[in-house]
Design a binder for this molecule. Sequence first.
Ligand code: FAD
Length: 479
Amino acid sequence: MLFILPRLCRQHLRSYVQSHIRQLTTGQPNVCIVGAGPAGFYTAQQILKGNPNAVVDIYEKLPVPFGLVRYGVAPDHPEVKNVINTFTQTASKDRCTFIGNVTIGKDISIADLQKAYSAVVLSYGADNDRLLGVPGENLKNVISARSFVGWYNGLPQDIDLQVNLDVEKAVIIGHGNVALDVARILLMPIDLLKKTDISQYSLDALSKSRIKEVTVIGRRGPLQVAFTIKELREMIRLPDCKPVLSQADFLGVDKLIQDLPRPRRRLTELMYKTCMEPTEKDLKLWETAQKSWSLSFCMSPLEIFGDKDVTGLKLGINKLQGEDLVKQSAILTDQTIDMSCGLVLRSIGYKSILIDPDIPFDTKSGTIPNKESRVEGKPGMYCTGWVSTGPVGVILTTMNQAFETGKTVVKDINDGILDLTKPGKRDILNILNSKGVQTVSFKDWENIDQFEVKQGEDIGKPREKMVDISQMVSVAKKS
Ligand code: FAD
């Protein structure tokens, strides 16, 4: 303490001392976090760092932590999953407790959490999906990309997904990174996938897949795509697979590239060059490719055809409108085209749900209304991550936002806004115990982790995930 005193300005020093005196006389800040994804862990990290007395409990509905890092990030992107190391450090701190296998809104209510904790931070993500709202959406083999991602990543709720890969052509609706992840997994040589932590049952199904052609459809043009350059580059370099881009879509785009903001410029340049000026090396690579993928622009699905199984789509052709090229919107014209396919994957965004009636919720945007993470009209309640912003951005975006949320909670603790006399987890654990809910600690999760890594080693993979919740809990409890 003494050696940091000279570095603190007087104002900070005063508020630091005041808040400590207040906390010593009134009690300890007990904070709970709902959802153990990146937003939850990064918020916890910031609160623990920002207040030396704060205790943080992270509740998670699954027996395993890490949210979409485990169940969303593609299996061939192991480097992205390195953030797990930072989350593990946070969870290993004395003042942090992971309480898995507890569904807030079902096992424990938000009112219970508010009674027990000085602050409740909601970071439960977006685990539902948006619908297209067109006829035929319920046909067999019309699937949400969210379920498909859950299926290949071993998410317990999606392991029984009925996906028929005994077809030649798939259409993916949406021009985001999830759409490209799904396209890549459908087209990737099975020998590459075998080395990842993809779930074995999906690997088996993909190894029998007949899919040779994937079309990725977006309602706007090449300047408005939402995917990023890394994912596009991976598609372009996919072994045994050729990109098919229409030159008509890129006419005149070269003249616009210079005026685009930098990341968009590089992305558009790559698409343009792939279509208009492919290198000799590229052409040679694609010459013998057995599979292909294409990008279709300015199209919106109007109807999905089929008897029982999907056989194709009717697409409306859009024109673009608006001054700002990057933000132009799509306006439907009266022109349409039909496209045949045997699988449709809807990749138009994830959506949050309301998990407890005590949470204010905007059903239209699928988010919790908030100002700087403070939930409107609910003192002591905060939200962060995808449940607060909608399903946008990458882990880095979520991290930056969660750090701000953590700082806001710490500020409110220091400003004396929060009630520091709350008892913390004791009462909640009693309720869970009385209901017979078997909680999973971080140490328990480490048992699952070791088991999965061992299962993977036996078949030459980095990990084979467990997909049965009761099996997870029983392995967790074996010391
Ligand atoms: P989540 O990660 O969804 O975490 C929410 C957690 O809350 C989950 O663990 C969930 O089980 C839990 N929960 C839900 N309901 C309850 C409840 N009632 N009670 C208790 N717990 C609950 N970003 C990158 O940087 N690189 C990538 O390669 C990348 N790939 C992606 C691939 C896909 C398919 C998707 C969808 C996203 C990807 N992202 C990627 C984005 C990244 O995953 C998100 O930015 C981030 O996960 C959002 O964090 P979150 O904590 O808000 O939500």
